[in-house]
Design a protein around this ligand. Structure first.
Ligand code: ATP
Length: 353
């Protein structure tokens, strides 16, 4: 079976880090015997130039034909009024990408608050506080008069169940096989209660994975003080928004924060960082997050489609990145090295062999 993966470079440093991720993924695919058809598609300024919009309908339609895609960041301030440059919420809706998967991993020789951290967060991203509704604004807020603002939160059994299931599926592929659900059920008995109930139900179906629950406030504290015991953490939209940034901060910040938005059949690899116009065009951006997002795409597709070659390609990228980081010579400036964006991509691709 051949995978079909789209490449959406985006703007600014997207034009630099996405090609490095593709270079590394191609090297890993060749090594693992994985057949991939690559499909470049325009978004951002390239979308404007060719189709008059930062997310052209042509690109959206083409994405319906692929297994997954790499998405670079968009430069939010560079577009004419009226162009919806906020492309993630619509894309998540169209493709039902319901969970944002964000790993938080420390490396022995990279400065971080904690060592021996290896956590995968799953944040539900289609409901919760940021779900919006037909009548309210995109954040689920409205203001009946100038003195009151009302926000609402939507939690469904379907949404909770599928993100919990995705967490258990990922935990099954890991050594420690542990899922921690983070919520605040004693206070939000209905909303967090429903989320927790669905997590417990799904846990019953995975006797090989251990399961526990932690209240979000205590979890935020434990994450700062002793993050090492956690393996896979699943939570609702807004709690996840905050906790994943906290997690990234524990191990070195934005440059080390990859991500994958997963749906039932497709996934989108996307680094947490933005388009960083302040450093664009200088060949100094750190490609780690984009490369590791691509690695996550291979890994997810490998398990989802039953493709051991894709799992092997992901493992090869992981091992190569470990080696390049341990060696340290090709690392970019933000990681304490003196390498360029291309040096680091080249080094990882070369380490794959
Ligand atoms: P957005 O609104 O698109 O999320 P932002 O301005 O909030 O963008 P970033 O574009 O991520 O955030 O940039 C924040 C800071 O981090 C900038 O100083 C930028 O140069 C730096 N930065 C972001 N990504 C990288 C990277 N891959 N390598 C090095 N520095 C980066």
């Amino acid at each position: 079976m051949q995978l079909r993966i789209a490449i959406l470079e985006g703007d600014d440093i997207g034009l630099e880090v996405v090609p490095e991720a593709v270079k590394v993924m191609k090297a890993a695919a060749a090594k693992a015997g994985l057949a991939v058809e690559w499909l470049p598609l325009p978004i951002g300024r390239a979308g404007h130039a060719s189709h008059g919009h930062s997310m052209p309908q042509f690109t959206v339609d083409s994405l319906k034909t692929v297994d997954g895609w790499l998405q670079g960041p968009i430069g939010h301030n560079a577009y004419p009024r009226g162009d919806a440059t906020w492309i993630n919420p619509p894309l998540r809706k169209i493709f039902e990408l319901f969970a944002n998967v964000k790993p938080v991993k420390s490396y022995p020789n990279i400065e971080s608050i904690h060592k021996n951290v290896d956590i995968v967060f799953l944040r539900e991203v289609t409901e919760g506080m940021q779900s919006g509704s037909v009548t309210f604004a995109g954040t689920g807020e409205f203001r009946p008069n100038d003195d009151i603002t009302i926000g609402h939160r939507v939690i469904t059994r379907k949404g909770s169940n599928r993100v919990a299931r995705a967490a258990f599926e990922i935990a099954r592929t890991r050594t420690r096989k542990r899922v921690t659900a983070v919520h605040k059920e004693p206070i939000f008995r209905l909303a967090c209660g429903m989320f927790a109930e669905e997590c417990r139900k799904v846990a019953q179906e995975y006797p090989d994975v251990s399961f526990d629950e932690v209240l979000v406030d205590g979890f935020a504290m434990k994450l700062v003080m002793k993050p090492q015991p956690y393996d896979v953490v699943v939570t609702t939209n807004q709690f996840g928004d905050i906790l994943t940034d906290e997690g990234a901060g524990l191990v070195g910040g934005l440059g080390l924060a990859p991500g994958l938005c997963i749906g039932a059949h497709q996934a989108m690899a996307q680094a947490t960082h933005g388009s960083a116009p302040d450093i664009a065009g200088q060949n100094i951006a750190n490609p780690y997050a984009m490369i590791m997002s691509g690695k996550m795409l291979f890994e997810w597709l490998g398990h989802q489609r039953g493709l051991p070659e894709a799992v092997a390609a992901a493992a090869a990228i992981d091992a190569a990145m470990d080696a390049v980081i341990a060696d340290a010579r090709a690392l970019t400036g933000d990681l304490g090295g003196s390498g360029s964006t291309r040096d680091m991509g080249d080094a990882v691709a070369a380490a794959i062999g």
